[in-house]
Every structure is written in structure tokens, then in C-alpha cells.
Design a protein around this ligand. Sequence first.
Ligand code: NDP
Length: 329
Amino acid sequence: NQTILLASRPTGEPTAAQFKFETSEVPSPGEGQVLLKALYVSVDPYMRGRMNAGKSYVPPYEVGQPIAGGVVAEVIESRLDKLPAGSVVVGNLPWQQYSLSDGRGLQQIPTDQAPISYFLGLLGMPGLTAYFGLLDICQPKAGETVVVSGAAGAVGMVVGQLAKIKGCRVIGTAGSDEKVAYLQQLGFDEAINYKTANIAEALAAAAPNGVDCYFDNVGGAITDAVYDLLNKHARIALCGQIANYNATEAPVGPRPEGKLLTTSSKLQGFIVSDYLPQWPEGVKQLTEWYNQGKLQFEETITEGFDQIPAAFLGLFKGENTGKAIVKVA
Ligand code: NDP
């Protein structure tokens, strides 16, 4: 039974040296417990923040302790009535092949509606981030121009499709020509490779009528360029800043406050758990649109428990299109 621990805290971009594998016996469930076998492990950008010491909206991982995150698992032995053997669950679990749980925080998931790994993606945390961030904070209206950065990732690809459902003109930025082609195929009106384009010029050309909504997954230079194009009463959902997660010094750049002020724009940061009471409603709507063929989803699936660190590190190199997932069993 393998477990992955945090070996040390990274400075700048994390490397394989931050992870340590440990082997132990497969445990037996006690009264009121289940034995879980991990099937799919989610690797997510927010985990980078948890590798740092210090207070944030989720506690940091501790050095020498297991890393944990979203996992889809199967109950293989049960001494807990509400979760019989064979149940498939999603929850926050350690990066461990077999683990024990008392069932708290685990959610049983249906196996007949969508691939079960989608409960780590479209029908899980990233899909809900897109859903509430776009629909509640940006409130896009038909005919408006929506920009989403990190558009070919798990959150971004859902944001763009939701904005299309709402009748908007949608512009996405992503880090390769393959991702740009993928976004065009998904129905984005414009897609820009931020690594090769002059981002300010390309965005201005793609948004001749300015920008009404911006869903910010990355921050940095892309965000600076979008702010220059904001229309009156623009809405910005500040979701992520992956361009800065590995920064070793405070990032400096244009100060957007003047532009926000003169356009009467609204900028709101949010954490998807702010919407926890509404999650079931979000999952229901996303499932419906998926079943109606209005939403597509993409995963980059890496195979093997030992590949979890590499899949995580790949997030910062843009190796994933759609949701980065590791299939471990
Ligand atoms: P993604 O699937 O988008 O994976 C990360 C992607 O970020 C990479 O594929 C890469 O794509 C891009 N990227 C990496 N480094 C940079 C960089 N320096 N500049 C620009 N882009 C970069 O991840 P998620 O969809 O899971 O998350 C997207 C964002 O949303 C993250 O910032 C994450 O922290 C945030 N988030 C926030 C939540 C909240 O509650 N507020 C919840 C979930 C996610 P590319 O090839 O395009 O560079």
C-alpha cells in the first residue's frame, strides 16, 4: 500500500524532490469504517498553495504527512451500513492506494450518468467553480463578450462552453496551438496562444467591442491585457492566479484600479466552497447540460499511482488539456 508524503516545501516551481513514497500494510476497517481503494486521483493547481507553510483558505500540507485531495474510490470492505462494499465515492482523501474512512465527507456517486472520474472534473469541484464563478459573479448576458484565461484547462473549458450556452461571444487564452485548435472545435469564437501571440494586440483584435466579463484563471500579463479592454460595468470573477503560484517575489505590474474605477467594473474573488450549499443544484444543471450534449468535457489521464507527482508538476508546464487526472487502479 503506497502513500505519497510531502517531503519538503518547494521554493518556486515544485519538483519531484518534494514527494516521498512510503509503503505500508493494507489496513483493515474497524467498526464503523470502510476500506477504500483509490481509482482516480485529482491533481489541482490549488495544491501548490497547500505546499507552502502559512494560513490560507485550506490548511497547509505538513512535511512528512500525506498529501491529500479529490479522489474517486471504491469501497472494497465495509463495516459501515450506509456505504456497502461496491459503493463508489468521491471525497478528500490522502494520496494513498488503500485508505480507511469513517465515511465523513464522502459522497456516494452514481456510476451510470457519466464517467466516474467526471466527479473530479465537470461534475465536481472544477465544473462547479466554472458554474458559480461565471453565472453568479459574471452574470453574462447574451451578446456580451466573455474572456476566459486558462481556457483549455478543467475550469476554463467549462466556463467558455457555459458562456456560449448563455449566448455570449467567447474568447479563450491557452498555451499551445493544439489547445487553441481544441477551443475552436469546442465552439469558442476566438482562441489565442498567449505564448506566441502579442497578447494585448491579439485580445484587442478578438474583442473589437471590448470585454464585458473576464473569468481570470491565471493572472499576470494576460490579465493586465484584459483589463485594458474592459467595458463599462464589466464583471471579473477572480478564480485563480496560476501564473503567480510559483513566484518567489511579489509580482509587480500595471495597477488596474484606475481602469476598474473609470469603467465601474466589479472584481470579485471567490472560492468554490463559498457556494457549498448550492453544489447539488450546480451538479444537477451541469449533468443535465452534459446529457443534452450542450457541454463536452476533456480529461488528460495519466496512468499509475507512481505518476501522481509528475501529473501534478505537469500542471505548471501546461501538459494537460481539460482535467488532469491520474488513474491509479
Ligand atoms: P487547469 O486544468 O487549467 O491546469 C492548469 C493550466 O494552467 C495548465 O494546463 C496551463 O495551461 C496553465 N498554466 C500553467 N502555468 C501558467 C502560467 N504561468 N501562465 C498561464 N497559464 C498557466 O487547472 P484548473 O482548471 O483546475 O484551475 C484553473 C485555475 O482555477 C487555477 O488558477 C486554479 O488555482 C483555479 N481554481 C480556483 C478555484 C476557486 O475556488 N477559486 C477552484 C478551482 C480552480 P496553458 O497550456 O494554457 O498554459
